[in-house]
Design a protein around this ligand. Structure first.
Ligand code: ATP
Ligand code: MG
Length: 321
């Protein structure tokens, strides 16, 4: 089970969470943070925990500013075992930020500073390709949250095309953030990356937008026929459905008190993709990802609820069997 090496590229952000509901960032309220975040950052932190437990690795390409927020991100990723060699530190440009505020109808509002922050100063396409190949990645994961603006979107598609051509499996979580969708190019980029992808992991909301009026059976069959190895639908408190050549499996969510749902999807994706890439069968990877997602929603902060294989096992076998 050794040798799995997971890569991701995209935005590194620190996140501030509004501690009162229904503020919509329009009224003064206490925020808690900075938490290390950015969907691909959450993903790679969890991938490092899972891969590390199997003797594998995780490597990230991105950028932070030469400031305290950048230090928060680099320290956390290093501490959790992420290879940060492809993370640039950009002097004079502030680290990216996200502010999130929850509403009582369970919707959430984000304010992002990404495209005009250090997060957008990604390494060049040549550096990403060479660095990931030197690291030996077997999977490149993209979160759709980086596809909102033209420059980062182009970098993501370019990285996928380069690495796909070199035999690296592509993984995509469409992860639609309406706040970041500036134009139609977002959906075009998701569609292009999905056509290359071995792993496709939308949420219910993503699937409604990408495959309107289609059932999971229909769109997952189409993606598998086009060459995907595994397809998953993340369903929040409804659990998840996974499908590969061996069949389809639906799992209910673990009962849990929701503290902060942001990041559950990224944590789920990292657990699932890393375990499948390491050779585990769909049923095992899906069950552990479903447990990791439940653990993630139980902790305040986007990657504070990330987990190890042992913590996931404790959810699945509470008796310690
Ligand atoms: P995000 O983009 O905010 O990170 P997402 O929309 O991509 O999240 P979700 O479907 O919300 O992804 O969550 C991913 C997985 O985490 C779910 O499929 C489920 O396994 C688990 N999960 C999420 N919410 C809950 C919950 N309330 N209770 C238990 N498990 C949950
Ligand atoms: Mg998501």
């Amino acid at each position: 089970m050794s040798g799995v090496c997971i890569g991701s590229v995209g935005e590194l952000l620190v996140e501030f969470v509004c501690t009162e509901k229904d503020h919509r960032h329009l009224r003064a309220a206490p925020y808690v943070g900075p938490f290390p975040s950015g969907a691909p950052g959450i993903f790679i932190d969890q991938a490092a925990r899972i891969a590390g437990g199997l003797g594998g690795r995780a490597v990230f390409a991105g950028a932070v500013g030469d400031d305290a927020f950048g230090t928060v991100l680099l320290q956390r990723l290093k501490a959790d075992g992420v290879d940060t060699g492809l993370i640039r530190v950009i002097p004079g440009v502030p680290t990216g930020t996200a502010h999130v505020s929850y509403n009582s109808d369970s919707s959430r509002d984000f304010v992002f500073n990404m495209e005009h922050s250090a997060a957008a100063h990604l390494p060049s396409g040549d550096a990403i390709e060479a660095g990931f190949l030197a690291a030996g990645i077997t999977v490149l994961h993209i979160s759709g949250s980086m596809l909102g603006g033209a420059a980062m979107r182009a970098a993501a598609v370019d990285a996928c095309e380069r690495l796909h051509a070199r035999g690296v499996a592509i993984s995509i979580d469409p992860n639609i953030r309406t706040e970041l969708m500036t134009d139609r190019g977002y959906l075009d980029a998701v569609t292009r990356i999905m056509a290359m992808a071995a792993y496709v992991l939308p949420s219910d909301a993503d699937a409604d937008l990408l495959f309107p009026g289609q059932t999971f059976d229909n769109w997952s069959a189409r993606l598998l026929a086009q060459g995907a190895r595994a397809v998953v639908l993340k369903r929040g408190d409804q659990g998840c459905i996974g499908r590969d050549a061996s069949g389809t499996l639906a799992l209910p969510a673990h009962p849990v008190t929701v503290v902060d749902p942001t990041g559950a999807g990224d944590c789920f994706c990292a657990t699932f993709v890393t375990l499948l890439a390491a050779g585990q069968p769909l049923a095992q990877a899906l069950a552990q990802a479903n447990a990791a997602g439940a653990l993630a929603v139980g902790r305040l902060g986007p990657m504070e609820g990330n987990s190890t294989l042992a913590e996931i096992a404790a959810v699945l076998n509470p008796e310690g069997a």
